[in-house]
Write a protein of this length. Structure first.
Length: 272
């Protein structure tokens, strides 16, 4: 039984995944239903149009190792909802907000399609649609979670490889599975995102269970970085240093000017 708390979380368990991709179908279906609720689309229009940009989960296949020891990996590419969202920090129109649940959401009505969010994202997640001139990404089904429901990808998954709900519940279940897998397979597993990843990402609200040795294949790098976000941070620091240096120079100049004025012979000239 879950307690209703503000912070919500979703977990993808790579070891329980059947590769049926019901999660991606459920996600797309839910977003089309939202079009009826939020955009006044009729049901026929919402299911007949292509609308690729409403597919927030993308399966990514890769192989690692050498024959005959080859491992086939299917990762899920989606927004991880960072506690320090770089997309939010860089958005010039404040179209990206962070909900109380931890969900990071793009407001389509405020988005101008500049794609700065994608440039700043360490995971390269936001997708741009030429059809609408807007950027899109997973919204963590914040409306469903706030209503006490599970996410669409969770409901669609037949093997409980995706589970969602209150943060404490998801963390406890994820950590239990990590301990079991580590013991069964005799190698370390990780619940990626529970602990802080780095200073640019923080923790995650959409976490992933995977073997530590295959983090890159599962698109959960040990220390993801965005060049754009890093450059922005450097410029911020440089700006502060430059500002401090300018103030120091101005102060020294003012002190020098005052001293010269005090020593000026015109100040000591007696009136006749």
């Amino acid at each position: 039984m879950q307690n209703q708390s503000k912070k919500k979380m979703v977990c993808f368990d790579s070891q329980a995944c059947l590769k049926c991709f019901s999660c991606a179908i459920g996600c797309s279906t839910e977003n089309r239903v939202r079009l009826q609720r939020d955009k006044n689309y009729n049901i026929e229009k919402s299911v007949s149009e292509k609308l690729d940009y409403y597919n927030y989960i993308t399966p990514v296949y890769s192989e690692t190792g050498t024959f005959p020891n080859v491992l086939a990996v299917t990762a899920l590419k989606h927004c991880k909802h960072c506690s320090i969202p770089q997309c939010l920090e860089i958005c010039p129109t404040k179209a990206i907000t962070k909900k109380d649940s931890g969900a990071v959401v793009i407001d389509e009505d405020l988005c101008v399609g500049c794609q700065a969010c994608r440039d700043a994202c360490p995971y390269d997640i936001p997708q741009y649609s030429p059809e609408t001139g807007r950027s899109y990404k997973c919204i963590l089904c914040y409306d469903r979670l706030d209503a006490g429901l599970r996410t669409a990808c969770d409901v669609a998954c037949p093997s409980v490889a995706i589970f969602s709900g209150d943060e404490d519940y998801v963390k406890a279940e994820a950590q239990k599975r990590v301990e079991n897998y580590t013991k069964i397979f005799d190698k370390p597993f990780i619940a990626y995102g529970i602990d802080e990843i780095n200073s640019q990402v923080g923790t995650l609200q959409y976490i992933t269970i995977a073997p530590v040795e295959n983090q890159d294949e599962y698109l959960i790098p040990k220390s993801p970085r965005s060049f754009t976000a890093t450059a922005r941070d450097v410029i911020k620091v440089g700006g502060v240093i430059a500002g401090a240096a300018t103030l120091a120079v101005v102060g020294l100049h003012a002190r020098h000017w005052k001293k010269n004025r005090e020593n000026s012979p015109f100040n000591n000239k007696e009136e006749k």
